[in-house]
Design a protein around this ligand. Structure first.
Ligand SMILES: N[C@@H](CCC(=O)N[C@@H](CS)C(=O)NCC(=O)O)C(=O)O
Length: 331
């Protein structure tokens, strides 16, 4: 193998800029030592090797650091000449540099421009954000993600969880649907989704956490299991639904009698996705006799225009859930 024993590459594994350098080194069969950096706690080697921009990747050869992915690619190509990646002709090299600069500055940066939402149409978490934006009349550019083949943009914006939804506002990513809902409500104050008083705000946050952590987790287990495990998970789902039924008692919406709010949006998957989770998972928990308040709430919630007009098609959901169930419970 070519390369040098003192070739070090500083970076973070999720970074698309790091991967460019990894690919170039691999293509040329060059050995190197990879040093994972923590961008929240930059090492002294990192800060010393790129004191100007303090970014990674940085390639260090001997004692000499080379920062910036595109500059590193050129350095690699000029140093190890086997399997050249850059054209030899100066005009073609100039064109290549032009387009490489364009891709970094215009394409990636444009994608993280004003207000974008990375998500998938079938995702109940993504849809929470879509509904909130619609209710407030805010336009967003929707970027459909393929979760089987996640985009570099998603990995760069949400390197920790690599999940959708991600809202990008003014170039800054906001992650996790419930956090995004709070962000939206704090940023665009028309048509408030949250109550105004701190105790009520704390209260809706509590129930939102209950919906995701208890009810959704239990129904996910019921969906992804069979036999005794499924029976146990169904029981937990019903118990959680019962608590929610009691919470809703006497109200049209979780957010009050007039209009839907944060908690209705978080609970929205119960009104629509749950029926497909039940159908494909082969179990039944919702019924109007057992949960009359939730049943009525479902009907009212699905009639709200911003919700009704923004639901994924049933067949699409059936296909998605069938594929997941098949992967989890193959038979
Ligand atoms: N707690 C997160 C959950 C998001 C989530 O689980 N998103 C799914 C799509 S429905 C995802 O991106 N999955 C990709 C993966 O797990 O790799 C939120 O509320 O935003």
């Amino acid at each position: 193998m070519a390369g040098s024993a003192d070739l070090k590459l500083l970076g973070t594994r999720q970074s698309m800029f790091l991967q460019r350098v990894v690919w170039a080194l691999k293509l040329k069969g060059i050995e190197y030592e990879f040093i994972e950096e923590d961008l929240f706690n930059k090492s002294s080697m990192h800060l010393k090797s790129n004191p100007v921009q303090k970014t990674v990747p940085v390639l260090i050869r001997g004692q000499k650091p080379i920062p910036e992915s595109k500059i590193i690619l050129e350095y690699i190509d000029e140093t190890w000449k086997e399997r050249p990646n850059l054209p030899q002709d100066p005009l073609k090299r100039a064109y290549m540099r032009f387009w490489a600069k364009f891709i970094d500055e215009r394409k990636i940066m444009a994608a993280v421009g004003n207000l974008k939402l990375l998500g998938t149409r079938h995702s109940m978490f993504t849809q929470r954000v879509v509904w909130a934006l619609k209710l407030k009349g805010i336009e967003v550019e929707f970027i459909e993600e393929d979760l089987v083949n996640k985009s570099l943009l998603l990995l760069a914006l949400n390197p920790v969880h690599k999940k959708v939804p991600v809202l990008v506002h003014g170039g800054k990513p906001i992650i996790d649907s419930k956090i995004i809902l709070e962000y939206i409500d704090e940023t665009w104050k028309e048509r408030r989704l949250f109550p105004q008083h701190p105790p009520e705000r704390a209260y809706v946050r509590f129930w939102a956490a209950f919906i995701d952590d208890k009810l959704m987790e239990a129904s996910k287990k019921a969906f992804a299991s069979t036999g005794d495990d499924q029976v146990k998970a169904i029981k937990s789902t019903v118990e959680a639904l019962q608590l929610l039924e009691e919470e809703l008692h006497g109200k049209k919406f979780f957010g009050g009698d007039q209009e839907i709010g944060f908690l209705d949006i978080v609970a929205g998957w119960i009104a629509y996705w749950l029926q497909f989770i039940e159908e494909i998972g082969g179990f039944k928990v919702m019924d109007s006799t057992r949960f009359p308040c939730l049943d009525l709430w479902t009907k009212n919630f699905l009639q709200v225009p911003s919700i009704e007009q923004n639901l994924p098609p049933p067949d699409e959901l059936r296909n998605v859930f069938s594929a997941i169930r098949m992967a989890m419970c193959p038979k």
